[in-house]
Design a protein around this ligand. Structure first.
Ligand code: MN
Length: 583
């Protein structure tokens, strides 16, 4: 925590030393809400930037980031004292801070407008110089760490903004650890009840898992050593509460189905050692099928690289291993910032201005995509903030895709869905009689992987029946169930009817809502609390524009259960009317 002081001792007249003295003087006498000197905040921000291995100009700008905004120092003074580069960064951060995020306060429209404006500014800053965004992220990280001192309403607003803008942004920049930390810190403020529930139900599991991994750690070390692999590090990592909560929602709140509550991370020197370690581990402990993930051969969209596997360890307990090299580990932790680190190592003399190299450019394709959107919407964003926001949101959702009917209805599907899934989500008859599909006007095969924003048109033919082949590639249970039933009908109408009433027990909930940030999350969370699966979730604009109609299909036709859910949903803020029909 005193790395900045060390830098100053080394270079008492350097850029960082001068910025430190300047900012300390400028903030003199100012206090934070907690009562501590204000300067503690820019100093901590600079410490974080140093931890991320950023360059001197960025650290200096981190020290100075609030001087123009909060102490009235003219930007020109900063420029004269510290040069164009630092002044440019400070100015960028100041501009980003100007728009106040309104989040859930005010009308839904105002919230969408302020959020859209924020994202737009962020994207602009990104495309000009990523370092501005790094400073903003470090600033936010420290503000989140000290959020406890603020009044509750402000805590909630800042937590919401962090969860909806900064954490996804960090994720997209490949700063996995930061993204998780931001979400984890926002979680108790946004979902206090869920947080308390999670603490009480998972504490024992966590402790038991930690203890188990600590016990087998020497065994793993020995095992690897026997095969000539000496890990640089073998660490035990607990899953974050926020991501545990998300996973539990997908696993019907069943803690027993979360295998990676605590994972063992194996950090090795070279790429071949990653695969060698995986082999050694699999030889000693049987792997669980379908739980081996090679994110080295196929990195995640945010460039995350690692091998993951879940195995059955001693006493028949599951263990998740994450295996990676040190370089991959740094990239996973620091994301794009890691590229400055490596660049600086090879180029100690020159000033590091912006990332370059084809690799980085390829990894940052989405930045270009954001920029294109930004250009496309820059004329419209003032007139249509919600449209801009919608298009941004689409890409910020990670596991869902949003495909569109030719009439403009949005169909929400899991990642990996095909036109057949899409068809069954419109109506079972559309699915059953599908013979072809067009995506964005072009004919595609029925197992085509849909992307967000695809306009999908299903071609149907009366009297057609589904093909057994479809079962190989459909993604959603709703499509699979319908196909099976239709196939069985061919064989035995009676058997199909009996099976159908069981597997397709479902109810459609209709919710008239006044949209707000976080509403969908709250609705699905409320349903998940009752441990009932959600089969589909559609949103359409209702007449008048202000309201939306949400149609949610849930996996039960038990009237008592349904009525309980309806009663709970009526208490969710923003929900105006709830109706249902069993299908
Ligand atoms: Mn600040």
């Amino acid at each position: 925590m005193n790395a900045i002081k060390d830098l100053i001792t080394k270079e008492p007249n350097g850029l960082i030393a001068r910025a430190y003295a300047f900012a300390e003087r400028a903030h003199k006498g100012q206090l934070r809400k907690s009562g501590e000197p204000y300067f503690n905040h820019p100093r901590a921000t600079a410490e974080i930037l140093h931890e991320w291995h950023l360059d001197d100009a960025t650290i200096a700008a981190g020290l100075l980031h609030d001087t123009v905004e909060d102490t009235g120092v003219p930007l020109e003074t900063v420029r004269k004292e510290f040069g164009d580069e630092v002044a440019f960064l400070v100015d960028g951060v100041t501009k980003l801070g100007h728009i106040k995020y309104r989040g859930e306060q005010g009308t839904a429209e105002a919230a969408a407008q302020s959020k859209a404006e924020n994202l737009r500014k962020m994207v602009l800053a990104l495309s000009e110089d990523l370092r501005v965004v790094f400073i903003k992220l470090a600033d936010r990280l420290h503000n989140m760490r000290t959020l406890g001192a603020l009044p509750p309403a402000k805590q909630r607003r800042i937590a919401l903004e962090t969860d909806e803008i900064y954490a996804p942004l960090a994720y997209r920049l490949g700063m996995h650890n930061l993204s998780g930390e931001l979400q984890d810190m926002a979680f108790p403020y946004l979902y206090p009840q869920e947080y308390r529930l999670l603490l009480s139900t998972s504490k024992e599991h966590y402790e038991e898992r930690m203890k188990y991994l600590e016990e087998i750690k020497p065994q793993v070390e020995k095992l690897l050593a026997e095969h000539g692999i000496k890990p640089l590090d073998l660490e035990i990592r607990a899953k974050r509460y926020s991501s545990l909560y998300k996973k539990l929602l997908r696993r019907d709140m069943d803690m027993g189905r979360v295998y990676d509550l605590v994972a063992m991370r194996v950090i090795v020197d070279t790429l071949p050692e990653c695969y060698a370690a995986l082999g050694v581990i699999h030889e000693a402990y049987p792997p669980l099928p379908r739980r081996i993930k090679d994110y080295i051969a196929m990195p995640k969209p945010n460039a995350y690289r690692s091998l993951h596997t879940t195995v059955i360890g001693p006493e028949g307990k599951t263990i998740e291993f994450q295996i990676r090299t040190k370089a991959m580990h740094d990239e996973n932790e620091y994301g794009v910032a890691a590229h400055w680190l490596y660049k600086q190592k090879t180029d100690p003399s020159g000033r590091v201005k912006a990332p370059s190299g084809q690799k980085l450019a390829a990894e940052l394709k989405w930045v270009q995509q954001l920029k294109n959107w930004q250009e496309q919407f820059s004329g419209q964003s003032a007139a249509d903030p919600e449209g801009f926001l919608r298009s941004m949101k689409i890409d910020f959702f990670q596991d869902r895709i949003f495909a569109v009917t030719p009439r403009g209805d949005v169909i929400d599907l899991p990642f990996g869905s095909t036109p057949i899934d899409f068809a069954y989500h419109i109506h079972s008859e559309v699915g059953n009689s599908a013979v072809g599909a067009r995506v964005n006007g072009a004919v595609v095969p029925l197992d085509y992987l849909l992307k967000s924003g695809d306009v999908v048109e299903v071609v149907t033919q009366k009297g057609k029946k589904p093909s057994e082949d479809w079962l190989r590639f459909v993604k959603t249970s709703i499509a699979r169930d319908h196909i099976r039933i239709s196939l069985r009908k061919k064989e035995s109408a009676i058997r199909a009817a009996a099976a159908g009433s069981r597997s397709l027990a479902r109810t459609e909930l209709k919710l008239l809502v006044e949209d707000r940030v976080g509403l969908i999350k709250d609705i699905s969370g409320t349903i998940a609390q009752s441990r009932i699966g959600i089969l589909s979730f559609h949103t359409e604009a209702a007449k008048g524009g202000k309201f939306h109609m949400n149609k949610v299909e849930i996996q039960t036709n038990d009237k008592k259960k349904v009525e309980k859910i309806v009663a709970r949903l009526q208490t969710v803020r923003g929900v105006r009317e709830v109706g249902y029909k069993t299908i």
